[in-house]
Design a protein around this ligand. Structure first.
Ligand code: URP
Ligand code: ZN
Ligand code: ZN
Length: 470
């Protein structure tokens, strides 16, 4: 089956131009000048022509940080399933997600991955992969890390936060980084100083400060900056590349910038919530409004100008990726912490809105169109071993293609979103631009804003080693 996406403006990380995208089966066969002989030849026979006039034609988005049906605790499981979350992602222009298998203390890395693979099997609407969250670094898990890498799981998240649960100490972190240095795997770091944060949390609660805003006040940006600094230095000692996840604070970005200025293979992602939402306007609210916006790291003070710093970091390539850290909880679960912020399951729902929320940076002039594509598709694919297959519109790449209409105006909210979530952290936000049509491996899965794909279409991605060249 041949599909020709014609009349649009092709946008890639390297630039934009008028061109037609020719899809043969599940891959891209060519990008050709409109009306060229190549397009004419492809159009003979029963080719389907999709008109993209007035639209951008971009590689499908690659969201490398999502948590679908994640059991945060026995009472709180993130509300999007592999099916509902990947369907919402597709509607928003994302065609690849990477979730996490989580190794809890006392369990094996191998079992964690097998369990997650079984849960996702046959359930996803778009292609998916897993990182491994390591909660118990010891001889066996380090050995298992090597076998997982051989099987195409090439990235491992460690935590400087959450003592007593996911936390690793500096020695454990160094040892995992040494394996990454030897093998070429990527270490992803949740960089917040959890030991110091726990002291602040206990002190706040002891004084009766248990509202949502205290979640933010007890996770100050200095403790994200400190942990980021430590992670960067440990990675230098090990000789490993490093990827800081969900970077929220100017203090942390400063550390990443410093490392990159010295030519180090240090990368960081930020998330739309840190670019658009703030502690004053969203977290410091009474009742449900506040706790709906609890995530870690927390939303930061707008007055401290973190958002401006992050936008500038995206522009200047100090930040390499925008992912969502999609981890939605319905009000029933969020309400578990209505009397104490420490009991609120952390996370927001954003998987459907990432391309739109970052496109607002193009609208306001913060980013160029190619940079938008680079941040949302090309670089995340490259850093997580999907280079050549995902995040590009090159001949031979998977035909994951998004037709994005920049003229549509819409408003985000619970009435219109497709995430399995009974509220929206983004309620009322006006957006310019919307995904119109989406192809996943050559199959139309969204047509004119309607989902027409199916669960089970998505395939598990065994990934190569990351390409950490800067
Ligand atoms: O609040 C967040 N970020 N929830 C998901 C877990 C994590 O640390 O990424
Ligand atoms: Zn994290
Ligand atoms: Zn996360």
């Amino acid at each position: 089956m041949t599909i020709i996406i014609s009349g649009g403006t092709v946008v890639e990380a390297s630039g934009s131009f008028r061109g037609d995208v020719i899809v043969e089966g599940s891959t891209i066969s060519a990008i050709a000048a409109p009306d060229s002989a190549l397009v004419e030849a492809a159009g003979r026979g029963d080719a389907e022509i999709i008109d993209a006039t007035g639209c951008y034609v971009i590689p499908g988005g690659v969201d490398v940080h999502v948590h679908l049906q994640l059991p945060m605790s026995p009472e709180a499981v993130s509300s999007d399933t592999f099916t509902t979350g990947t369907r919402a992602a597709a509607l928003g222009g994302t065609t690849t997600v990477i979730d996490f298998a989580g190794q809890l203390k006392g369990t094996s890395v191998r079992a964690a991955l097998d369990e997650r693979l079984a849960e996702a099997e046959g359930a996803c609407c778009i292609d998916y992969g897993f990182h491994l969250s390591m909660g118990d670094v010891h001889e066996q898990s380090l050995a298992d890390m090597r076998s997982l890498i051989d099987e195409g799981l090439t990235s491992f998240k460690l935590f400087m936060a959450y003592p007593g649960a996911w936390y690793s100490d500096d020695g454990q972190i160094l040892r995992a980084m040494q394996v990454a240095a030897e093998t070429g795997a990527m270490i992803m770091m949740h960089a917040e100083n959890g030991i110091a944060i726990d002291v602040l949390r206990e002190q706040a609660a002891a004084r009766g400060n248990i509202g949502a805003v205290w979640h933010g006040r007890t996770r100050p940006p200095e403790l994200e900056g400190e942990a980021t600094h430590r992670a960067v230095q440990l990675a230098a000692v090990a000789g490993a590349p490093l990827y800081i996840v969900h970077l929220s604070a100017a203090e942390a970005l400063e550390q990443v910038m410093h490392a990159r200025d010295r030519g180090r293979n240090v990368f960081a992602e930020t998330c739309p919530q840190y670019l658009h939402l703030s502690l004053e306007e969203h977290l410091d609210q009474p009742g449900l409004d506040g706790i709906r916006h609890i995530c870690s790291p927390p939303l930061r003070l707008r007055a401290d100008r973190h958002q401006e710093t992050l936008w500038s970091g995206l522009r200047n390539d100090d930040l390499s990726v925008v992912s969502t850290d999609h981890c939605p909880f319905c009000d029933k679960e969020k309400l578990l912490g209505i009397d104490d912020f420490r009991n609120v399951p952390n996370g927001l729902g954003t998987i459907e809105h990432r391309m739109d929320l970052l496109y607002q940076g193009v609208v306001t002039g913060e980013l160029t169109l190619p940079r938008w594509v680079e941040l949302c598709a090309t670089t995340p694919a490259r850093l997580f071993g999907l280079q050549g297959r995902k995040g590009v519109l090159s001949p031979g790449a998977d035909a994951d293609v998004v037709i994005y209409d920049p003229s549509v105006e819409h408003v985000l909210g619970v009435e219109t979103h497709h995430m399995q979530l009974d509220h929206s952290a983004w309620e009322g936000m006006a957006i310019t631009g919307k995904t119109r049509t989406v192809l996943s491996r050559g199959q139309v899965v969204v047509r004119d804003h309607e989902f027409v794909g199916r669960s089970g279409h998505g395939r598990y991605l065994q990934r190569s080693l990351p390409d950490p060249l800067r």
